[in-house]
Structures are given as structure tokens and as C-alpha cells.
Design a protein around this ligand. Structure first.
Ligand code: GYE
Length: 334
């Protein structure tokens, strides 16, 4: 927590200092004028949905930071549907906002709408999740986490968890994947597999893997099916806390003990994840920081002013084991 807060403060400080030093060039990054007519920066933001605790915290952070920065924020929730995000972005283009920011639900299929934004000279900032595009000029920067590294950290976390539990014998892993085609689902799986292939090719095996769409209901339903088809699973790696929490319900319903019969590693670090961990039901959590709002607003200001920004502004985060859960719980902000 402290690390993260220091990092954010430092990042904002650096951004502010750079902003003062550089003289604001209009025209270049944005449309030159402010779409609001009252001098406020108009930011169109298309959110993925409200699928998880992480997402709620992220939405609050974006809204609060936009208010704090004095922006006119146009916000829409795409309910995890790409077509909704595409129409939201189109409507921001039609309205002539200054900057568009969005957290893309999946990685592919954005080129057409991003080209429309570019044609209207509206800069696009990605936040949280990345896209795959043939044309790098279609977005300015990504403000978000390194999901591949989070997957690797989850692999390393599982090593610790197995050791603490004194686990012997084969490690039969069930993986609950995030939304199919989403950057965090692809990259977390990739990072985890890297660790597995490099150091545990003979003793770890992913026996089942399926999407739970980053939701509790999805996690519960898919885990129940996993337990039916593979009752010998002894580890669960869930791409987010919410699916892990849903899975805990399914594990208990099957008469097993989460955190004991099935060791659980998740990613995010939302309050409910920490509560489950302090109750011994989750064994390790890899943090993914949702409080991206302040960093995002700083970047939007710079982009609007035509200043150069880094291509990827990474988020700093930590890892937590059960013995740290109780101490960390009161200071969890989301
Ligand atoms: O881990 C999950 C959310 O994109 C990092 O999306 C985000 C992920 C997060 O639904 O809980």
C-alpha cells in the first residue's frame, strides 16, 4: 500500500513538474479548443463494465480524479460488450470531445473506430487494458499494469503457497480465465505458464482451464463444473479475486475446504479478496492496482496540451500472502 501510494504521488509530482516546465502547445495533441466552451477539458471515457470489485474501484477512481482535475467527464459503461464500447467512442467523436480514453474489453477489432477518431484529430488514451493494432499511431499511450508480469508473479506466489502448505505430490491446477480475448486474460495466463514451463514442467499441470468472465457468478458456475469433471484438483489459479470468491462458494458447496483442500491464488487485491484471505480461504493475492484515475488525468492534460508522453505508463503493485492479510486489510482502499 505504502509503495503504491508513494509511487502515485511521485508519478503525479513528476507529471506536474514536467507540465510546468514544458510550454503548452495547443493544436498538436487535441483539437486546439476545448469542446466544453467553458475552458474545461472534455474527456469521453468508455468503461468495460461493472463486472468486478476491481472495476468498481477503477470507475470511482476515474470519476473522482476527473472531478478533481476539473474535467467535463462523459462516462459510459459498456457492460462487457465491444459493440457498446464502439458506439460510445463513436458518440464521443460526434460530440467532438477533447480526448477519448477507454479500457478495451478485448484486444482486437478497434482499428476502424480508432481511425475515425484519428481523422477527427481526437487523441485516444488507453487505460487498464491494451489493444492489438496494425497502426501504432491510433493511440497515444496506455496507462495500466503489466499483466504478463502479474501472471509470472502468480506463478511465483503459487510456489510460496505450496511450500507454506507443505504440499507434496502432483500439483493439479484449475485455471479460471478472465474474459476471452481480454488483455489481462491472455497475458496473465501467459505469464503464469512461463513460470510453470520454466520451473515446474514435471510437477505442475493445468488440468482444466476456462473463462469465468471475471465475475463471481462465472467463477462459481465454472468451478462447480471443474469439480465435477476433475475432483482431484488441488490448486486454483483465478485471474481475478471475484472469480476466486465465486469459486470458493462452489468448493464449499462440494464439501471441500478452500485454502486447504484446494489452494487458491488470485489477482487484484480488492477488499473482499483480502477478507477471504484473512479467513484462510485464499492463500495468496497478486495485486493489480485499479486506482488509475489520477495518473490518467495527468496524461490527458499533457496529451491535450500536445506534450509528449511515454508509450506505456505502468502501474506499481505488490504481492500478499495469508500472513500479511489481516495487517493489510484495514488499509485496503477498495
Ligand atoms: O483484474 C478484473 C477486471 O482489466 C485489470 O478486469 C482489469 C481486470 C481485473 O474485471 O477484476
Amino acid at each position: 500500500m505504502l509503495n503504491r501510494r508513494n509511487f502515485l504521488t511521485a508519478a503525479v509530482g513528476v507529471a506536474a513538474a514536467t507540465g510546468l516546465a514544458a510550454c503548452a502547445k495547443k493544436e498538436e495533441g487535441g483539437k486546439g479548443g476545448s469542446g466544453g466552451g467553458d475552458g474545461k477539458i472534455v474527456l469521453g471515457f468508455s468503461q468495460v463494465g461493472s463486472e468486478s470489485g476491481w472495476r468498481s474501484a477503477n470507475t470511482t477512481s476515474v470519476k473522482d480524479a476527473a472531478k478533481e482535475a476539473g474535467f467535463d467527464l462523459k462516462f459510459s459503461d459498456a457492460q462487457q460488450k465491444q459493440e457498446n464500447q464502439i458506439s460510445a467512442i463513436r458518440s464521443y467523436i460526434t460530440q467532438g470531445v477533447d480526448v477519448i480514453a477507454f479500457s478495451p474489453v478485448v484486444v482486437t477489432g478497434w482499428d476502424a473506430v480508432l481511425k475515425e477518431a484519428k481523422a477527427k484529430k481526437i487523441p485516444v488514451v488507453l487505460t487498464d487494458r491494451s489493444v492489438e493494432t496494425s497502426d501504432d499511431s491510433l493511440y497515444v499511450t496506455l496507462v495500466g499494469s503489466d499483466f504478463t508480469d502479474e501472471g509470472r508473479r502468480a506463478g511465483k506466489m503459487l510456489e510460496k503457497v505450496l511450500e507454506t502448505a507443505g504440499h507434496k505430490g502432483p500439483v493439479k491446477i484449475a485455471q479460471l480465465e478472465g474474459t476471452t480475448g481480454a488483455a489481462p486474460a491472455i497475458e496473465r495466463a501467459k505469464g503464469f505458464k512461463e513460470v510453470m514451463d520454466a520451473d515446474h514442467a514435471s510437477d505442475w499441470k493445468i488440468v482444466v482451464s476456462q473463462t469465468g468472465d471475471f465475475t463471481r457468478a462465472g467463477g462459481k458456475q465454472v468451478m462447480a463444473a471443474f469439480l465435477q469433471s476433475n475432483p482431484d484438483i488441488n490448486v486454483l489459479f483465478a485471474h481475478n479475486d471475484d472469480m476466486g470468491i465465486g469459486a470458493i462458494q462452489a468448493i464449499e458447496a462440494a464439501g471441500k475446504k478452500p485454502g486447504k483442500d484446494i489452494l487458491i491464488v488470485t489477482i487484484d487485491g480488492v477488499k473482499d479478496g483480502f477478507i477471504a484471505m484473512s479467513e484462510g480461504k485464499i492463500n495468496g493475492i497478486v495485486e493489480c492496482n485499479p486506482l488509475l484515475g489520477p495518473q490518467l488525468m495527468e496524461v490527458v492534460k499533457k496529451v491535450k496540451a500536445g506534450e509528449k508522453v511515454e508509450r506505456w505508463i505502468k502501474t506499481k503493485e505488490g504481492d500478499f500472502t495469508q500472513d500479511q492479510a489481516k495487517a493489510a486489510l484495514p488499509s485496503r482502499k477498495y
